[in-house]
Ligand binder design. Structure first.
Ligand code: NAD
Length: 430
């Protein structure tokens, strides 16, 4: 081992120890914050911050003090952020922190009938839903508005199109909506994406509230502000970043959802915990999925929230949300509508995991009733992957997971990725 390797080895060891110590520090932060909450004390205390910094500087050599202040500043700000997250917990509300675009994410059973408590509905409201969503959900919301117009569109991805977009804009125009009025989506990701896009465009943007009613939309698509429609069969080609004013999640609405849809949506939660939350993956492994659904929703949203807060416009970290999607999209196109999106993501994650994790993942997917065997012809999958809009010339960035709760990004040439995929298929089809 040369000198450089030796020094890097040392850094790796120290980083590991620091990560373990940092985790312990956060556990203590949690204890302090719980104590303060129980005793009615203010959670954040800036005088203690400067006291801590000046004391710790005494442990650091003079020439490193400038750098240390910067490093410790980061530790303090992550503690504050963690405390804020803990603070949000008692009534089940999370907060997406995006400066002046911040908003609450309410997760509460029965909250649909209290929508007016959380949203400003004493104005003109366009309630958008589809004919697969039980009509009573949109009616419950409409009943809480001063003046609601309910638009019910046909269910399915085809509704995310220019015609529906136009129809919503016209509905607002004809009823004299101004910039002060708002749009409420009551439905899955299709309705959320479409209604959100209409809200982003009408008079250069009106308030948008999202009430997601599918697993996929409750754990994923309703937060983050990506709104869009499809164009000539190309998914999400026309859209915007338009954050909602509030997201209201009532897990009770999932009781009417078809079981296959339910499991397909949960594949996205499995995706998120594999990259970012090993404990959540263990919940899936325990099989206690229905009984711990609220926790699964909350923890998945926490992951997505953190990613969006750091990378609102998808320039870097947000790529981890694409775990399983590169191969998954290829399978989805090759299957030509036979499999649901989440089912394809489930299959797409398998080749991107280490072998030991793959076995555990397979067991979880089976318990959810999701497929575990890729049956589409490899040539069709490859062709579809080459046409994927997220591909760069000659290659693509994929997300790999070797251990639950961690990930690495890898830029890989298509030829190499295809070879690996072929090897994987040969192995599993033996
Ligand atoms: N914006 C984002 O960040 C983001 C992320 C992921 C996916 N998406 C988009 O989400 C869409 C898929 O969303 P989805 O999976 O929710 O599908 P979906 O909106 O089509 O809903 C699935 C089906 O369930 C029905 N349904 C909805 N709620 C129901 C309920 N409570 N009870 C009974 N039936 C109900 C709908 O009528 C529909 O037939 C895609 O268009 C995808 O592009 C967006």
């Amino acid at each position: 081992m040369n000198k450089l390797d030796g020094a890097r080895e040392k850094i790796n060891r120290i980083d590991k120890e620091m990560a373990e110590l940092w985790t312990k520090r956060m556990e203590a932060v949690r204890e302090v914050s719980e104590y303060k909450r129980e005793n009615g004390l203010s959670v954040l205390d800036s005088s203690r911050e400067s006291e801590l910094l000046s004391r710790n500087l005494g442990y650091v050599p003079e020439e490193l003090r400038g750098c240390y202040s910067e490093f410790f500043g980061g530790t303090l700000s992550s503690s504050k952020r963690y405390q804020r997250e803990l603070e949000a917990k008692p009534d089940g509300t999370l907060r997406m922190e995006l400066g002046d675009r911040s908003y609450d994410i309410v997760i509460r059973r029965g909250s649909l009938s209290e929508a007016g408590k959380y949203m400003k509905l004493d104005r003109k409201v366009l309630v958008v839903t589809d004919d697969g969503v039980p009509a009573v959900y949109a009616k419950t919301v409409a009943a809480q508005c001063l003046g609601a117009e309910v638009v019910t569109l046909p269910q399915g991805e085809k509704t995310k199109c220019l015609e529906s977009f136009r129809l919503l804009l016209k509905a607002m125009l004809e009823r004299g909506f101004t910039r002060k009025d708002c749009v409420v989506a009551v439905g899955g990701g299709v309705i959320g994406d479409l209604a959100g896009f209409a809200a982003s465009a009408y008079m250069r943007g009106v308030d948008f509230y999202n009430i997601p009613t599918t697993t996929l939309s409750q754990i994923d698509s309703s937060i983050g502000g990506k709104v869009a429609i499809d164009l000539d069969g190309y998914k999400n080609t026309v859209g915007a970043f338009w954050q909602p004013k509030l997201v209201l999640i009532d897990p009770d609405t999932l009781s009417t959802l078809d079981r296959r849809q339910y499991s397909s949506g949960l594949a996205e939660a499995v995706k998120m915990c594999l990259t970012s939350d090993a404990e959540l993956f263990e919940i899936f492994e325990s099989g206690e999925i229905d009984s711990r659904l609220d926790e699964i929703i909350r923890r998945s949203l926490m992951i997505k929230k953190r990613v969006v807060e750091q990378d609102e416009r998808e320039s870097g970290l947000r790529k981890i949300l694409n775990f399983g999607h590169t191969v998954g999209h290829g399978i989805e196109t090759a299957e030509n509508g036979r499999l649901m999106h989440g089912e394809c993501v489930a299959l797409g994650m398998l080749p991107m995991c280490s072998e030991s994790l793959r076995e555990r993942l397979r067991a979880v997917l089976k318990s959810l009733g999701l497929p575990t065997e890729i049956t589409a012809p490899i040539e069709k999958i490859k062709e579809a992957m080459l046409h994927d809009k997220k591909s760069d010339e000659g290659g693509v960035t994929v997300v790999r997971v070797d251990e639950a709760g961690s990930f690495r990004l890898e830029k890989i040439a298509f030829n190499k990725l295809f070879r690996q995929l072929e090897e994987y298929l040969t192995e599993v089809r033996k």
